[in-house]
Each structure stands twice: as C-alpha cells, then as structure tokens.
Write a protein that binds this ligand. Structure first.
Ligand SMILES: [Zn+2]
Length: 127
C-alpha cells in the first residue's frame, strides 16, 4: 500500500506481468503464471466486488477488533483478490458479489509508537 502525503488516503499496489498480463496483489519477483521476470508495479483500484467471505468467531490472539468479524476476499477489476476485514456491516447483510470499497483505518501503533494505517473493506453503498 502506498499512502498519500498526508497519510489519510492510499492505494493498493500490485504487480502486472508484461509477458502474459497477469496482475497480482503486492510485490512479485516473477509471474506465477508464466514465470516471466518482466513485471511492472501498478496501482490497484479501490473498488471491487466481494468474492468470498468467512465469519471469524475465533480470532488470532493479537486481534483487538470486534468478534465475530468478517474476513472478505474482494476481487478487483485488475484481477487480484485482496483479503481483509469487512467493516461496518452486519454479518447477516453480507452477500457475495456486493460492491466493496477500500477504506483506511488507523491500526495499532508499531513498536516505535507510530500509528499504522491498515486497509479494510467497506460495502460501497449507492450515493
Ligand atoms: Zn506472466
């Protein structure tokens, strides 16, 4: 993720293969489909659709958020799926294929006391 200058906004970064066109989330050294090393960094769209989700009742030990919470995999127009928490929604209201948008939230401070921005998914409501 790359943050804007004031840190309030950010974009997800992906890697696109110049050989076969495959786009993946995050850094890659070589393409997982065609093994080409001819890759370029691309900005990913902040909008996608919910591809799958899991309701987590037993979070990891360090989890400080609500329980249960929703872990959603959102499919972006460029192709990659990005896994993160889906926030501000009743678990009963979650539906596959619903439009989602990327939001940033202040997470826990790191070991040096700096606040870490984390990305989450939120339902993209009309208007
Ligand atoms: Zn490739």
């Amino acid at each position: 993720m790359r943050l804007s200058e004031d840190g309030s906004d950010g974009v997800l970064l992906g890697t696109k293969c110049n050989g076969c066109g495959l786009c993946v989330f995050g850094d890659s050294v070589f393409c997982v489909r065609c093994t080409s090393g001819d890759l370029k960094a691309v900005d990913l769209s902040p909008d996608g659709t919910l591809y799958s989700y899991t309701i987590i009742h037993a979070p990891p030990a360090r989890w400080k958020g609500p329980v249960p919470y929703i872990l959603g995999s959102v499919k972006l127009p460029e192709g990659p799926q990005v896994l993160s928490e889906v926030i501000d929604i009743d678990p009963n209201a979650v539906e596959i294929d619903m439009p989602m948008k990327l939001v940033l939230r202040a997470g826990e401070a790191d070991d040096e006391g700096r606040e870490i921005m984390v990305y989450k998914w939120q339902a993209a409501t009309a208007g």
